[in-house]
Design a protein. Structure first.
Length: 448
């Protein structure tokens, strides 16, 4: 009979103990959570693809940390095969990693008789649990939601094109049954064309299943600006992207220091406004691969979304996100954010932590902005190919108001195309990758 253990004991078993809860694995701080806000991570991996954890371990950690909803988004695969067995190896090896003996032993200690194994000669095989099994085990109506998700993972002409879709329990035909990373070889296909093709496939599956879905462009800065603003200017079907997902090992080019994920976001929205296309919204996520014995740049609870929803259901959460009623954060929490459409006024109030100072910046782009683009050529380096980085005008993404404090508002001028707020604290992020905030921040969505 399996011994019952607490969630804290489970975290300690998996190498994420009490001290980690206060540091690398942050819980929701600053007192009780404001009613109506739900915390979620929509990008994470398990042994179904290249994560270093069994599904139960990954879910247990996030549930114990106070997350309300998550989506296990493995590469090009949905966890629906009830006969998926994988070998246990002494070491994890290359990519994708094998189930290593230390992590398997921790899994057995924690889940005991629930672990299913069989022998193939001298090799031990372990069965991975499916999404439906995990949902039955972990979901609690109104308390915790496990959403189906997949990361479409492709490489086109050396460019990584990754998108997550949420709430569709299947893999789109374009990548189903193939490798965890698909090399796309279609003559004349552009990155934006591939993104639009993926969006059409997800839309078709959503319609067929009669389920709402969310599609987001993942980590444009990884490996090193693989995705350009023009790719999403041309792909208005994509309404979401990751404004924070880890970072990049490669430093900003000295001639393009102003190219950040914030400037990437503003460039897209400036041109989308001119074209009358929908605004692009920002998502924060962990893209978790390492759950045990992590290094400083392999963190849990680094970035997430806070969604204001009427209920903890896929339909309600996705409707709220589609309306922009959520924010992304790396640790700064908001009591409220509101946009008055009649007065065109954005208002933000921070859920303040004791001893922490905050700065609220309102960011916009004006009508008639300079649309010229300068291009910077970056030669190949070890680990990445050559890149051409577009540098947009300083007219795009200007800070038009800055307030030191926990509450501020901004009324849009007649020539503002949109407005969004970025809230910065003085708490270090303790994350050393490039293109990641140095301090804990939050981003509202853009409003127009």
């Amino acid at each position: 009979m399996r011994m019952q253990i607490t969630r804290r004991e489970a975290l300690q078993t998996m190498g994420c103990g009490a001290m980690a809860l206060l540091a690398g694995c942050r819980t929701i701080g600053g007192g009780p959570r404001v009613a109506g806000w739900y915390r979620g991570n929509l990008h994470m991996h398990t042994y179904w693809s290249d994560g270093r954890a069994f599904p139960e371990q990954a879910i247990e950690i996030y549930k114990a940390l106070g997350y309300d909803f998550i989506g296990l988004s493995d590469h090009n695969v949905f966890a629906d095969d009830a006969n998926h067995w994988t070998p246990v190896e002494d070491e994890e090896g290359g990519w994708p990693p094998a189930v290593s003996r230390p992590l398997f032993d921790a899994y057995v200690r924690e889940y005991g008789q629930e672990v299913e194994t069989r022998q193939d000669g001298e090799k031990t095989l372990v069965r991975l649990k499916t999404y439906d099994e995990m949902r039955m085990r972990f979901e609690e109506p109104g308390t915790f939601l496990l959403m189906p998700a997949v990361e479409i993972t492709q490489v086109l002409d050396g460019i990584n094109v990754h998108l997550n879709y949420v709430n569709l329990p299947d893999t789109i035909p374009f990548v189903k049954g193939g490798p965890l990373c698909k090399k796309v070889e279609v003559d004349g296909l552009s990155v934006s064309g591939l993104i639009r093709q993926n969006a059409a496939d997800v839309s078709a599956m959503s319609a067929q299943m009669q389920r709402p879905a969310l599609l987001m462009l993942n980590h444009p800065q990884w490996v090193y600006w693989d995705i350009t603003p023009q790719d999403l200017i041309d792909s208005a079907e994509v309404r979401f992207f990751e404004v924070c997902n880890g970072g990049s090992a490669f430093a900003p080019h000295p001639d393009a220091l102003g190219v950040t994920l914030d400037s990437f976001w503003d460039a897209i929205n400036a041109f989308r406004c001119v074209q009358g296309a929908p605004l692009l919204y920002g998502v924060g996520s962990d893209d978790t691969h390492y759950y045990i014995n992590r290094t400083p740049n392999q963190r849990i609870a680094d970035a997430w979304v806070m969604v204001r929803s009427a209920a903890l259901t896929p339909e309600s959460l996705l409707a709220a996100m589609d309306a922009g009623d959520y924010y992304a954060t790396t640790g700064v929490l908001l009591e409220d954010v509101a946009f008055n459409t009649r007065r065109r006024k954005l208002w933000v109030r921070v859920q303040a932590e004791p001893g922490v100072t905050y700065r609220i910046r309102f960011i916009t782009t004006k009508r008639g902005f300079d649309q010229t683009v300068r291009r910077v050529d970056c030669p190949a380096e070890k680990g990445r190919g050559a890149r051409t980085i577009p540098v947009y005008s300083a007219d795009i993404g200007r800070t038009v108001k800055e307030v030191e404090g926990v509450e501020a508002s901004y009324r849009m001028a007649s020539d503002d195309l949109y407005v969004r707020a970025k809230i910065e604290s003085d708490v270090p992020s303790e994350y050393t990758q490039h293109f990641h905030p140095d301090v804990q921040v939050a981003w509202t969505q853009p409003y127009a």
